[in-house]
Structures are given as structure tokens and as C-alpha cells.
Design a protein. Structure first.
Length: 319
């Protein structure tokens, strides 16, 4: 069995990967809730989980997954009531538009956390204020984007210098349950050039861009590729299997995030059918398809086992 990153490279280059690459992740809250029972299931699938990482039961979490509050280098206040789940921003450091003019990027290098570009604008301004900036296309918006983008370019340069991997991973949720909050036209005008500047750094270093992005992003997926994304990690439910077939199959490589909204409520058969249908509709022997599984604390253990079993079987699918 090849390592997952090598398989992903073959997928995005359409070089006939030997199997479908799979990322399987269990949120810390689910590990904490189920304890040994969850660990026993994970041990059954060494293709997805290194047994060495399961031995002592230690659960490693980013700071944003701990209960309480923390302030990031940009000055955003993050709050968390549920240990093991991601926190969210409750304190926005520049709620007034005029504050954009004096905003300074952090001197500290914080890397490229999830929400590094588009969501960073919302975290700094607050959702409603940011939406007004985009709606009115104020001059300050250009300066805000420039400040955040320049910082991210530097963080990307550091990443490429320090990371030997051929893949660089980015995450920024661009869509909502239906479409983009700012609309595709404004996204292309304001955000596409910023992402391209960042991803140009990756390509100049001879590496490839893997981008996770939640929500309904179908209409800008070709734009993401033009901006430099080599493989996209979109959501199943928000984008729909038929639209994904039409837009992506044979054209845009994806690591598809399976239907998290189904996992808590379906039967074990539903889990197996979902994985099989997804593979059968999107698979091409030359590549273009990988699968991503994220398990939250609301998913029954029997469904976790069924999903992992189906993925373990279907990753070797051939047509």
C-alpha cells in the first residue's frame, strides 16, 4: 500500500493510482466521548490509523479545540464551550471600517490555520460588517485583503521552505449551504487574485496545493483551479453528487468529504450504500477521486465501523 500523499499526487495528475486515497479523521470530541470503544474500532483499520498512535490513548488537539477562550495573533477572540470541537470567533478586533486603515499584520508567524484568507476577513471584521464591505465595495476592503494576503504569502513561503512534502494543505470555507455569501462575481473580483498570489508561491517551490473548503462552491471550482488549487476537498451534501459528476469528473481532482449530515441518522446499510454510490459515480481508473471521512461525536459507533469498513473495501475499487 502506498502512502496517502503519493496516491493523492497520482490522483491530481491522473496517473492511474493503485487505490483510492482516503483520509479518515475522528474529531477529538468523539474520541473523548467513546474512549476505548472508539479506539477498538480504529484498531481494525490500520490502513487509516497508525496503531502506534492509538497505543496510549493520548488525544492531541490544537489550542482552538480546548474549552475556554484564547486570542490569536491577529487579536481575534476564540470561544469554545465543547472540549474537542473547534472554537469560533466571538471577538472581532476591527469592527469599525476606519480601523482597517491602522490594522497591522502580526509580527508572529502563526502559519496558515483553517480560515487563513476569506474567513480571516470575517473574523477580523465580524460577518455583518464584512458583508457590508463586500456589498459596498469600499476602498478599505482592498486594503484589508492586501494586509491579510501579504501576511499569508510570507507564511506560505515559510511553509514551503520548511516542509519537505510535495503537498501543501490549505483550508478556508468559501461556501454556505447554498452558494457563496458574497456571490461568485465578487469572489472572483476580490478573493481569487489573493488566493492566486498565495498559491503561486507553492507552485514556484515545485509543490502542489490541496485545498479544503466547505459549503456550496460548485460555481467557483474552475476558478479555484485557475487560482492554483491542484486538488479540492469539497463537501458531498452541499454540492450534490450529480453536480459533482458534471463539474469535476475527469476535469477537477477532488478529495470528496463524505456526507457528514447523513452519518448520525442513517443505518449501517445507509453508510455502506453511501460510500459505494459515491465511488461508483465518481471513480475513473486514471484518477481524479479521493475520499475524506470526518467523524463527530454525534455519529453512532456502529456507523463509524460501517463507514470505515466500506472505505477499506471500496478504496481498492476497479472498473
Amino acid at each position: 500500500m502506498q502512502d496517502t500523499q503519493s496516491l493523492i499526487l497520482k490522483v491530481l495528475k491522473y496517473e492511474h493510482p493503485e487505490e483510492i486515497p482516503v483520509f479518515a479523521g475522528i474529531l477529538p470530541a468523539a474520541r473523548k466521548l467513546h474512549g476505548k470503544a472508539m479506539t477498538d474500532i480504529l484498531r481494525k483499520y490500520p490502513a487509516f490509523f497508525d496503531p502506534k498512535n492509538l497505543e496510549d490513548g493520548t488525544i492531541h488537539m490544537p489550542i482552538s479545540y480546548y474549552a475556554g477562550e484564547h486570542i490569536d495573533p491577529w487579536g481575534c477572540v476564540w470561544s469554545n464551550l465543547q472540549e474537542g470541537m473547534e472554537s469560533y470567533v466571538t471577538g472581532h478586533p476591527i469592527p469599525r471600517r476606519e480601523d482597517i486603515l491602522t490594522l497591522k499584520a502580526p509580527e508572529k508567524d502563526m502559519g496558515l490555520p483553517h480560515g487563513f484568507m476569506y474567513l480571516r476577513l470575517l473574523d477580523l471584521r465580524g460577518f455583518e460588517e464584512a458583508m457590508m464591505d463586500f456589498a459596498e465595495e469600499c476602498e478599505e476592503l482592498d486594503q484589508l485583503i492586501e494586509t491579510v494576503c501579504v501576511y499569508n504569502v510570507r507564511q506560505t513561503e515559510i511553509l514551503c521552505e520548511s516542509n519537505a512534502s510535495p503537498l501543501c494543505f490549505f483550508g478556508d470555507d468559501l461556501g454556505m449551504q447554498q452558494g457563496l455569501a458574497i456571490g461568485a462575481q465578487k469572489w472572483r473580483k476580490y478573493m481569487k487574485p489573493a488566493f492566486k498570489r498565495i498559491y503561486d508561491v507553492v507552485h514556484a517551490a515545485g509543490k502542489h496545493v490541496y485545498m479544503h473548503t466547505d459549503g456550496d462552491i460548485i460555481e467557483i471550482m474552475p476558478d479555484l483551479m485557475e487560482a492554483g488549487v491542484d486538488i479540492i476537498n469539497p463537501q458531498f451534501r452541499a454540492n450534490g453528487i450529480e453536480r459533482l459528476q458534471k463539474t469535476c469528473k475527469g476535469k477537477i481532482p477532488i478529495m470528496l468529504d463524505l456526507d457528514r449530515q447523513l452519518f448520525p441518522f442513517g443505518t449501517q446499510k445507509d453508510m455502506r450504500d453511501h460510500v459505494r454510490e459515491t465511488v461508483e459515480k465518481l471513480y475513473l481508473p486514471e484518477g481524479g477521486l479521493g475520499l475524506n471521512l470526518e467523524i463527530g461525536m454525534e455519529v453512532p459507533l456502529e456507523n463509524v465501523d460501517a463507514l470505515l469498513g466500506a472505505l477499506d473495501e471500496m478504496r481498492m475499487y476497479k472498473r
